[in-house]
Design a binder for this molecule. Structure first.
Ligand SMILES: Cc1ncc(C[n+]2csc(CCOP(=O)(O)OP(=O)(O)O)c2C)c(N)n1
Length: 953
């Protein structure tokens, strides 16, 4: 007989007196710390009480009563007799019945953890479900009568054993009150356990001090008053009020408090329009005077010519002092109207800042925080792309906290029209992010889950989502009538008191605050708002430049673009040093034979001052910058090897797969070269690298498209950030975009990088657009990008076939001296020109070969290497010798509605007022190129012929 059997035997044979004693004893022995004994003093296991209870008559009497009507006894007695009764049954049957019930309880616990959110009280406007078939006792084969039976609780936070009633209460409190949690999609048991331990013991409602309650109320008052004040003073102006979601303000305060507690130093935020002004005022402490000046439109014309942006798109940054006195720098990233486009930009900025903070290991010092709308979060693909970046080498930021302001509407669109998923947050499951749904009208719960979410992020370095379910008090903006489309919803909202009012009443009812205390909180802010409002009425204009552009690390840069200002040649010895590094195979490294085969010729080209091809020139540009202490980041699909197998920036050991990056082995103390194969996204990755470049003007940051046309998947990032950020927000970037471009008979895709789109967006020196023809030009363009004291994005139409074109090589001397040439003269300038052919990019080599084949010596070919900024003076100088030529031609391989023609035509008309400038190239076409390589060849031959030969008419 083992111990258990012996105990049961004794129980069975000595009912009930002995059983009572044994069970009391066992209770004391087995229940761990934290388990509460029944409160009935008669059940406390003192010798006296045992003696008293040992009166068998009394116990038997109670037992009879329990058998007749269990509910007539106290819970403690019910528990006791349930256990006793169970113990009194035959051993084998008991064990298996018991095990079966225990497993049912385990399923029940699992179900509540998994699905408790289905009946949680999450929606301030909704009638929440009391129960759900999947969570009913009967579903698990359990019954009401068993509520007082004792079961093992497994890992349920609390006692190791408890009655079913207790277990249910704990589960319902934790998962079905105003917090609903989805986390069982997380595969890692340790992560799940951590979450359970954080949530279950406090039942998702930790005790909050009186002082903290006052702080939360004060923050709600700030949020509400800001909206009502601006509404009363600036009626009819759009501000995208936060009303209905005011708990966002205490949530963000909590975020920063927890950030400070967990050792963070900086928070990089991204958010859309909703409540942005409120966040700027109450979290970033953007001065009310600045905000009101923007409402008044008191904007001084920008000295640098920027056109500015509406107030609810602007960025801002400031230092926040936490309640423990820690300083946290917070910056809200400027963003366009395009919802979610800012997400990857925030991630890129964060990663660059983490590098600056030396926070590249744990990534706990600089935290990304994204605030989303429910419709946008569910609808925009960039959200999924950004999640996908979250754990990738080269792109991870150690986890992002996402707060969804789920006001259950998007403009006029209801959830049923906005998504095919139950929650707007389901996309977060793709990275196994825990998802906390929380009722926005329970600010304490909101504050709790934000704290928990950030601690989760700091512990596991993973993304986490908070879904704050709330409502939108007004229309999409304040002038919008929501009742047109959602009459019933808005009747409910109209009658609903604010979150502040509900919370204030709750605190007052619980005597957690006095009326005087809450009045004091209200009056103090009202006073500050009024003072600011009055001062704005009297005051002057606000500088459009918010004082943050060209400050800090950007202070050393020039506003003005300058041609011919930057020498970028590199001494021979330095180039040799780089060449040695990129051609030396480390001892014991098994290099792929084909990769190794090109190394001797590369070394020879440099050592013997010979001809350098595209790939080598690029390596030399990177390497020379690295030894000058300038780090280089290259990101793009398959960029380590290069789409065209040209770069081989990383070598892969054929036996061990070990990676060796030659550029990181030039000399001690050099800067780092980071090449990353990106995920298969354009928008998020380009957005990320753009964001990175906003923080790192002194790093060469490059994004490479697989083929140039794929960049159109990132059009929002190009139009809204890369082209326009300086004009709108005074934000400058030195990002390089490498866009493979060139008509090579590969079809409508893979041919065009849509040069014309970039040219259309050029104005006010906002970016540099190049179509290069020589390796030396690439070398100088890349070096100029970082050596110049001016930063603007650089768009390069990158080569494909030119990578291996025999003529597309440069003598090493062109890398040693000189600088980038915006216009390239004809190396075989004819003495008596009949015709001047102007062109750009790869077609130059076709024209050059055509001229040679035909033995033509009266046609000059001049290349435009940089379209924008257009170096008019240099252009005039270069074409001067050909002014006498009778004919001027713009030749391009792109179709007439594409390429450089539309951009060049007005300039050429101005430069050659007395001449007809003829277009030679493909006819206009809806798709960029033909799908047939033979037709392509014919077209190409025809355009070369027409550009060079004598015209018959
Ligand atoms: C990409 C994009 N598409 C459409 C719009 C127009 N628009 C502005 S706000 C909005 C609704 C957004 O709803 P939600 O994300 O729930 O945020 P809310 O305004 O409700 O806070 C729409 C459709 C936009 N700004 N961006």
């Amino acid at each position: 007989m083992n111990d258990d059997d012996e105990r049961r035997w004794k129980c069975h044979n000595h009912p009930p007196r002995y059983a009572l004693t044994v069970l009391r004893f066992e209770t004391n022995q087995e229940h761990p710390e934290g388990f509460e004994l029944p409160s009935d003093p008669s059940l406390h296991a003192t010798p006296e009480s045992i003696a008293l209870l040992a009166s068998s008559d009394y116990v038997e009497q109670m037992y009879d009563q329990w058998q007749r009507d269990p509910s007539s006894l106290s819970e403690e007695w019910r528990l006791f007799f349930a256990g006793f009764d169970l113990a009194a049954r035959p051993t084998g049957a008991i064990a298996s019945e018991r095990a079966a019930d225990q497993s049912k309880v385990a399923s029940l616990i699992f179900a509540y953890r998994n699905l408790g959110h289905l009946i949680a009280d999450l929606d301030p406007l909704g009638d929440n479900l009391e129960s759900h078939p999947l969570l009913e006792l009967e579903t698990f084969g359990l019954f009401e009568e068993q509520l007082d039976e004792i079961f093992d609780t497994g890992h349920l936070g609390g006692p190791r054993q408890a009655s079913l009633r207790e277990i249910l209460a704990l589960l319902k409190d934790t998962y079905c009150r105003t917090v609903g949690v989805e986390y069982l999609h997380i595969q890692d048991m340790a992560v799940r356990r951590w979450l359970q331990q954080e949530m279950e013991p406090v039942r998702n409602r930790p005790t909050i001090s009186r002082e903290k309650k006052h702080r939360i109320l004060g923050q709600l008052i700030d949020a509400e008053l800001f909206e009502s004040f601006t509404q009363s003073r600036y009626q009819g102006q759009k501000r995208f009020s936060l009303e209905g979601a005011e708990s966002l303000i205490p949530a963000l305060h909590q975020f920063i408090e927890t950030a400070a507690e967990t050792g963070a130093e900086e928070v990089v935020m991204g958010m859309a329009h909703r409540g942005r002004l409120n966040v700027l005022a109450n979290i970033l402490r953007k001065p009310y005077t600045m905000i009101f000046n923007e409402f008044e439109d008191n904007i001084r014309p920008d000295p640098y010519g920027g056109d500015g942006d509406v107030k609810y798109h602007r960025g801002f940054s400031s230092d926040y002092t936490s309640s423990s006195g820690a300083e946290i720098h917070i910056s809200l990233t400027a963003n366009p109207s395009h919802l979610e486009a800012v997400d990857p930009v925030v991630e890129g900025r964060t990663r660059a800042k983490q590098r600056r903070h030396g926070d590249t290991g744990e990534r706990t010092k600089v935290l990304p925080l994204l605030i989303h709308g429910d419709a946008a979060f569910a609808g925009q693909g960039l959200v999924a792309e950004t999640f996908n970046l979250s754990q990738l080498k080269g792109y991870s930021t150690g986890g992002t906290v996402h707060i969804v302001v789920n006001n259950q509407i998007g403009f006029t669109t209801l959830p049923g029209e906005a998504r095919s998923t139950r929650y707007p947050t389901d996309v977060g499951k793709m990275v196994e992010a825990p998802i906390f749904h929380v009722n926005g009208d329970d600010p304490e719960a909101v504050v709790h889950v934000v704290d928990l979410a950030l601690r989760f992020r700091q512990t596991f370095k993973r993304d986490v989502v908070v879904d704050m379910v709330c409502y939108r008090r007004h229309g999409h903006n304040e002038g919008d009538e929501p009742a047109f489309t959602q009459p019933l919803m808005y009747q409910k909202i109209q009658n609903r008191p604010s979150t502040r009012a509900i919370y204030q009443l709750q605190l007052e009812g619980a005597h957690d605050i006095t009326l005087e205390e809450s009045e004091r909180l209200t009056n103090s802010l009202q006073g500050r708002l009024l003072d600011a409002f009055e001062s704005v009425k009297e005051a002057c204009l606000l500088d459009e430049n918010d004082g943050h552009a060209f400050s800090g690390i950007w202070a050393e840069f020039n506003h003005e673009h300058c041609f011919d200002c930057t020498e970028t040649g590199v001494p021979y010895e330095e180039l040799l040093k780089v060449a040695k590094a990129v051609t030396s195979i480390p001892e014991g490294f098994n290099l792929n034979r084909k990769v190794g085969r090109r190394l001797p010729s590369q070394m020879e080209a440099v050592e013997g001052r010979g001809l350098v091809d595209w790939a080598l020139s690029e390596l030399l540009a990177f390497g020379s910058l690295l030894v000058e202490g300038i780090p280089v980041r290259l990101s793009g699909q398959d960029s380590m090897r290069g789409t065209f197998s040209q770069r081989h920036a990383a070598w892969f050991d054929t036996k061990s797969q070990e990676i060796f990056i030659p550029l990181n082995h030039i000399e001690p103390g050099q800067a780092r070269f980071c090449a990353y194969n990106s995920m298969l996204s354009e928008a998020a990755v380009l957005g990320f690298d753009y964001g990175y470049s906003l923080v790192e003007p002194n790093m060469l940051v490059m994004w490479e498209a697989q083929f140039g046309d794929f960049a159109n998947g990132a059009q929002v990032i190009i139009d809204q950030f890369i082209a326009a950020a300086y004009d709108k927000w005074h934000r400058v970037s030195g990002l390089v975009m490498l866009l493979p471009h060139g008509y090579e008979g590969q079809g409508p895709e893979h041919s065009s990088a849509y040069l014309e789109r970039y040219l259309m967006a050029c104005a006010e020196n906002n970016m540099q657009v190049c179509n290069l023809t020589t390796p030396a030009q690439l070398f100088h363009a890349l070096r100029r990008q970082i050596i110049a004291d001016f930063r603007r994005p650089l768009i390069i139409m990158a080569p494909k076939s030119l990578l291996r074109h025999k003529r597309a090589v440069s003598p090493l001397k062109d890398l040693i001296v000189g600088r980038f040439q915006e216009i390239l003269e004809d190396p075989l300038a004819p003495d008596k020109p009949r015709r001047l052919v102007l062109c750009s990019g790869k077609v130059y080599y076709d024209l050059e070969a055509g001229r040679e084949e035909r033995g033509i010596n009266d046609v000059a070919i001049v290349r435009v290497e940089q379209f924008y900024p257009f170096h008019t003076e240099l252009f005039e100088r270069v074409v001067k010798p050909y002014r006498g030529a009778a004919e001027v031609v713009w030749a391009q391989e792109e179709t007439r509605n594409r390429g450089g023609w539309s951009f060049m035509m007005p300039r050429l008309i101005e430069l050659f007022p007395d001449r007809l400038v003829k277009y030679v190239g493909r006819e206009p076409s809806a798709s960029p190129a033909t799908g047939s390589s033979s037709i392509h060849r014919e077209q190409q031959a025809e355009l070369v012929r027409e550009a060079l030969e004598v015209w018959s008419d």
